[in-house]
Write a protein that binds this ligand. Structure first.
Ligand SMILES: [Zn+2]
Length: 98
């Protein structure tokens, strides 16, 4: 899963009891209605709806990131924007290999 604070694998056991959304300040339909624990349950039990719900979030995140990048380019602050994104996303569990 893609988030402002780094990517993570929804299958990880630590998500099983989580009642919060994938990203608390996300405006997508998935984050508005489903917890990490429920989404993990859908994934590990093979529910096909999991793919749709997780894709809704990841596309929303990617489109918002691109909107923010365009605004930073227009404002002449893209270097600062890029540094901030990289700093926030530095602790991704995907990049750590777990
Ligand atoms: Zn979301």
């Amino acid at each position: 899963m893609l988030t402002r604070d780094g990517d993570f694998n929804i299958r990880r056991a630590e998500n099983a009891e989580r009642h919060d959304p994938i990203q608390s300040d996300c405006g997508c339909a998935t984050c508005a209605s489903y917890s990490r624990g429920y989404l993990r349950h859908l994934v590990v039990t093979g529910e096909l709806s999991a793919h749709r719900l997780l894709t809704i979030h990841n596309l929303h995140f990617t489109l918002q990131l691109l909107r923010d990048a365009r605004l930073a380019i227009a404002a002449g602050t893209f270097s600062e924007f890029r540094a901030g994104v990289n700093e926030r996303r530095a602790f991704s569990d995907i990049e750590r290999g777990s």
